[in-house]
Design a protein around this ligand. Sequence first.
Ligand code: FES
Length: 317
Amino acid sequence: MTARMIMKLDVAERVDDATDVILVSLRHPRRPALPAWKAGAHIDVHLPDGRIRQYSLCGDPADRTRYRIAVKREMAGRGGSAWIHETLAVGDAVHCSAPRNNFALAPQAGRHLFIAGGIGVTPLAALAYEALQRGDAFELHLRARSRRHAPLLAELERAFAGHLHLHLDDEAPASLDDILAWFGVTADAHLYFCGPAGLNAAIAAAAERQSWAAERCHTEVFQPTLDENFKPEPFDITIASTGQTLRVPADRSALDILRANGFVMPSSCELGVCGACICGYRDGTVIHRDSVLSLADRQDKLTPCVSRARVGVTLEL
Ligand code: FES
């Protein structure tokens, strides 16, 4: 596996958006076009102290002149968003990864229901641009405390008139069951959602009640949802190409052990949310502990930064 390209980009614009949200546009200092990206992609932003944070690209994917991210100041966060809000200025250089996409529009779908909570609208806005460009039917539902707390609102109202539905806490929002029922489950319908953990869980539960098949429901999170009561056990990794076997102790990750044995493994969040470390596996019972792989992907892929196995697993690196 190889590490992804890291680019040094310039902060070309920084504007206040919704309450506690800024929009940051990044451009290459010399090249007019950045690497292409598909709707739903995110980039890693490397902060000066070594921390890495993931931000969805929230503009129109057709615009390759810049990457635009929306950063919400997270009061209970790990400090990355506060640093960006307080420190990052126009003209600063920022190291960023090339885009990675774990949340693409389903190619076979013809109707798309997007439900966002607050800042979770950022990847969904890009997906809505792509749905519009494809000529697909879609609705974009955005829940927020008030208009002032709704990110990208002016742009969404302009770009997605007739598709955008606002659900504001101060204006009696529609229930999730109603939103899903009004849209309706049809053979070509897919559901995409992104928001706080509580909202994501409520949407998933409502979708299940209304018989949306799991493979037609797509979500993305940037906060780990690891079970603190999980008790790790040691297990063995076998490298498919060589037969080499490595022991992963209870207090180390598979990613650590692979690196300690000379394997060059990309990673970013090391929390199971970004997908940078995903690799293939076979012949094992994997304990998936990530928030990024779909049920289908979990059949033959795992995230060695957080996932483990019962007894042993064979990795295809
Ligand atoms: S490094 Fe992000 S999922 Fe493993």
